[in-house]
Structures are given as structure tokens and as C-alpha cells.
Design a protein around this ligand. Sequence first.
Ligand code: T1G
Length: 681
Amino acid sequence: MSEVGTYSIEDGGIGVIEIDNPPVNALGIKTRLALDEGFRTFAADDRVKAIVLICGGRTFFAGADISEFGQPQQEPGLHEVFDIIENGSKPVVAAIHGTALGGGYELALICHYRIAVPSAKVGLPEVNLGLLPGAGGTQRLPRIVGVETALDIITGGAPVPAKKALDLGMIDAVAQEGNLREDAIAFARTIVDKPLQRVRDRQDKVAPARGMPEIYEAYLKKNARAFRGFKAPYNIVRAIEASAEIEDFDKGIEREKELFDELVTSTESAAQRYYFFAERETAKVPDVPRDTATIPVKSVGVIGAGTMGGGITMNFLNVGIPVTLVEMTREALDRGVGVIRKNYENTAKKGRMTADQVEQRMALITPAIGLEALGDVDLIIEAVYEEMGVKKDVFGKLDKIAKQGAILASNTSFLDLDEIAAATSRPDWVVGLHFFSPANVMRLLEVVRGAKTSKEVIATAMALAKKIGKVPVLSGVCFGFIANRIMAKRGSQADALVLEGPTPQDIDQAIYDYGFAMGPFQMIDLVGLDVIGRDETERSVRGDLVKADRLGQKKNGGYYDYDENRKATPSPVAAAAIADFAAFKGVKNKGALSPDDIVARLLYPVVNEGARVLEEGVAIRASDVDVAAILGYNWPVYTGGPMFWGDTVGLQKIVDGLTAMGIEPSRLLVEKAAKGESFTR
Ligand code: T1G
């Protein structure tokens, strides 16, 4: 009996190997030792005619143990264990619940049969870690579902629900929910005498694709935009090509290993594996124990039915929490409710929810005029105009209306939460819940902790964030909190650099090639020059362009000109405005800059601000800063985010670069660079 495995023999000679290695039965060394022992024991026991492999806890094996990557491998390795199973003389049935992912589903593919409960999902999400399925998944899955379907499943990485997996042949049977063990044993009895067929020996699904390299070129071309900057999808496509082109399975495995090894040693994969844990770390607040009592939130009030208020409302409707949605006029309220309905109906049109579900969610809204309707709700989120006087007025009134024990939250994106809390008699119940627009889509939620916010309110906010599908990042009180504050440095440097010679398109191209979806000037033109916050007390290029009625894509162009299809071209008008403002400011034209120098000029200051946010204690940990930048601003995940990337570049190089730019490096950055320390390694 191993530490995490138990073995039993049921009627009919069915050997059952049960692994229970919390939290997700990852295929770390303890699990591998238990599998090795179990299968060797049953192979040698003549009473055993077939074997069921099942897991305890929340899920079937959820993959290799990601924390083991980069460490010396402890024997037995995954391949050794898999060989014992696949080359055994007795049929093996994988009994799946929860999420059989990555190496977990690859283990299921090694077994001769797979049975799952209806709520189970199976998948190969290694692409999210900058990897490919390195235990045979790229060679076995095409042998079950064919090359085209395997391309989608493996480059997409999404889990496949049991019903669809059955249709695709990824599993062979569906068990009754809650009866997996019994059903798997019964299933095993039916296959005891059947001839053993291994997935690796099947050719029928891959033979038709043999000799058709155009499949893969076309696939890479079709997905060029989605795969841009990532290495793993390209290697995945090549590995799946090998499953059809290389008839000898073991040679196909060799090719898979070659392509896997390229990825597992890459910075991109290290960054994405780091990010996997970073996203799960954010909910842990050092001085708020995980068992801190949380306040039940069974009803929510949202003040403001505009874009933010409506999006915020949808998050709670989506998880069945009723919302009292408050506006000041019937017209604004009806418009807001109408937008929510329209959003759901659009989702229903795409087949992602039913008409009934739309009505169920809409029925959870209680529209109301005036704050008085909020006297009974457990949590109130204010999403009114971003002006301190307005916020303080609302919170002063809420203090009189909200029940004792209600949490009062502001969605402010940069104002001083402590000042807002001071407008109430209950600052310990005041917290910031900073959603990012569109609030029903963006996963980042900055939880802003005021000086007096209680630990229970923080614990509740962090737990509630996860319940509504957000990734919470705790922030202290400062202008712009974390994501907006550090990314503002990219914008201000872009505004300064464009006066010195590089054009908006030079700057945007460099930032696009670094991995962002678009550059800063394209973003401003998209959002609108009159919308993006700016200091109106001072002249600026943006102010001059707004005065010239150039508002961006929506009106007359902005930094670019646009044709009727919104295709951007460099704008002589914008170039003249930039030159005119540079002359006004007395900025000399220093000529063009290389893309690398443009990236350094725009992003080193972001790393520097991230260091400041850490030294001020606004953020708890460097990986939280990375999560905020990646989820809030689409910082390319394969760089790991600003702090991980800063470590990759080298902190001393960043200190020297900032100094050369005349930008003062933060104390923490200088200290770490001097000591040869890193933020994230
Ligand atoms: N390795 C190590 N720890 C893991 C883990 C893993 N594969 N998966 C989860 N954890 C930890 C996680 O850090 C957290 O820890 C706890 O389990 C609960 O996770 C050879 C190379 C399974 C859907 O990519 O998608 O196999 O914070 O908070 O929301 O080809 O975890 O509690 O200390 O996410 O219920 C491929 C990754 C690996 C699956 C559960 N497998 N995991 O979600 O809980 S590479 C994956 C998930 C591989 C092979 C390749 C999810 C989940 P802590 P959680 P959850």
C-alpha cells in the first residue's frame, strides 16, 4: 500500500487502483510510485482479469505536477509508468470524474478504455503552459478523433465535456453521476475477454491525413493572429503532423519529445508556468488567514446602470445572485436594463445560453429609482461618475440607508478610497471593487483595501471575486491602484517619445511586435481621444487633435487617418500637430529609434513603477503586479508580465536603461539589481 494508492480486487477479478493525492491528483512522484506499485502488483496477480484506475478527491489526474518542471526528474518518470500500463496483458479502464487534463488525460489514453461521469471533462491544456502534451497526447488523440479535431483540441486547450467527448470517441462510455466506481467495475467485467486494443495501434483515423502537409500550413495560416508570438501552438501542429506522417508510433513519440523539449526549456513556457501559479496566488492575503469568516452575500445592490454598472450587475446575475439596480431616472434605468437584456440575447443568439436562461437572469434584477431601495442588500457597489464629490455624497447617503453589516464598495478606478470611506460612519465596511471594462468579460478585479477595511470584508471580497469568475488582486490605496498606475507609464512615455522623432506607427509597431494586441496610439484612436483621460489644464497633442475635432476612429481620425473600412494610415495632420507641439515644448527631434529601444523606453518605466508599487506595499507580491498587467492590459502572457519580463531582461540592464533615459530607478529596483536578486525567480 503506497502513501496515496489503495488496491482492491472486486468480484469477477476486477482489480481497482485508487489514487488519492490532493489537491488534484497531479502526476507527481508520489502518484507515479503508487501507479507503478499498483500495476506491477496486479500484473503479477492471476486473480486479476482487468483493472479499473480511479481517483479519490475532486478529480481524476489533472496532469503532470507543474511544480516539478525544471527540477531533476525523480524515477519512475511518466513514460516508465505509462509503459507498464500500456504494455500490460490485462485491460485497463480509466474511470474519470472532475477534470482529466494534460498528463491525466494522456494517462487515460494509455488505458484501453475510458468511462466518465456526465459532469467530467477531459482535455489537453498544455498549450496554456507554453507546452504540448508530452506524454503521447499528440500521437494518440489524432488516432481517436482524427487530425483536424486534434488540432483544435490541443492548440485550443479547452476541456471537452463528457457528452461531447463520448461523441468524439475520447471516452467510450458515460457512467451514472455519483456511481462511477460501480459502473466502471461493471464496464470492466464486460471487456475482460475482449482482445486488447491499444490506442497507439490504431491507424484508421490518421491514415487519411497521411501525405497532406497542406492541412498544417492552412491551419497555421488560419490561426496566425491567435498564435502570434506563442511557440507552443506551432510545435503542437508539427507534432500532430508527425502522428499522421510517421507511421511508426515510437518514432512519432520521439518527434513529440523533440518538440516538447524545445518548449519546456523556453522562456515562454517558464513564463506561462509561472503565470499559472501567479493567478492562483493572488487570493492569498498574508494577514488575512484562509479561514477568516466571510460575510454572506445573498443580494447585491448596484448604483449606476451605465456601461460599468450594467457589466458589474451581469457578473452577479450569472451566478444567480439577485441585484437591485439603481439609477436616478427611469430613462437611465430602462436603458441600462435594456443593455443587459441585449447582451444576454446576443449570447443566446450564439448558442451559449438558452432563452430561458436569459429570462431567469433578467428576473433577478430589481430595477429601482433612488438609493432608498438598497436598505436590505448585503453588498452595495457604487459605479457612479468618477468624481470625489459625487462619490462622497453617495456614500454619505448609503451610510444612512444600508443595513448594519452591509458591505459598501466603490468601483472607483483611481480615487482615494479612504476619503470615500471617511464619508461614512463605517469605514471598516468600505472596500474598493475595481472592475475593468467590459466588467462582465474582464477577469481582473482589483480589491482595494482601505486603511480601515476589516479583514472579514477583505476575505469576503476575495472569495466573492472567485465566485463570479474574477481573479482578485489586492491593492492598497494609491492613484490608479496597480494596473492603471503602472501602465500609465507606458502611455506617458509614448506621448513623450512621439515628440522626439519616432512616429505613432513606429511606436505602435514596436509594441505590437512585442506582443500587445495593439500599440498605445492605436488604442487611443480606438477608445476615442476625447474619452481617454487627460489633464485638460495643460496643452497636449491629444488636446490639440480634439480641438481639431479629430476624435479617433469614431470621427475624423486621430493619430491615424482611417478609410471607410477603418483601415489606418499615417496621418499628415497628426504628424503636423505633433511637430507643432514639439516645437512649442522645445523638444528636439532625435530621429528614429530601433524597435528594441522603443520597447525599452515604454516598458522599462512600467517595470520601475511595478517596483514602486511593491516598495510602497500597494501590491503584496511581484506576481500580483504581473497578473494585473496581463489580465488588465493584455500584457503578453508568454513574457510573464512586467516583473517576470524585467527579470528576464536583467534588473541591472533596466536600471542602466532608465538612468540613460533620465528616469530615476526605484529604490527597490536598484537594491535588487545591486544584490543580483530578482522579483519573480
Ligand atoms: N500541478 C501542480 N499543482 C496543480 C496542478 C498541476 N497540474 N493543477 C492544479 N494544481 C494546484 C493549484 O496550484 C492549486 O494549488 C490547487 O491545485 C487547486 O487548483 C506531461 C506536461 C485542475 C481545473 O494544465 O487547470 O500534464 O493554490 O485553484 O479552480 O503532457 O487546477 O490550492 O495550493 O486551479 O478547481 C497539464 C492545470 C499539466 C491542469 C482545477 N494540466 N490545473 O481547478 O482549482 S502539464 C493542467 C487546472 C502536463 C503532460 C503535460 C486546474 C483544475 P493551491 P485550482 P480549480
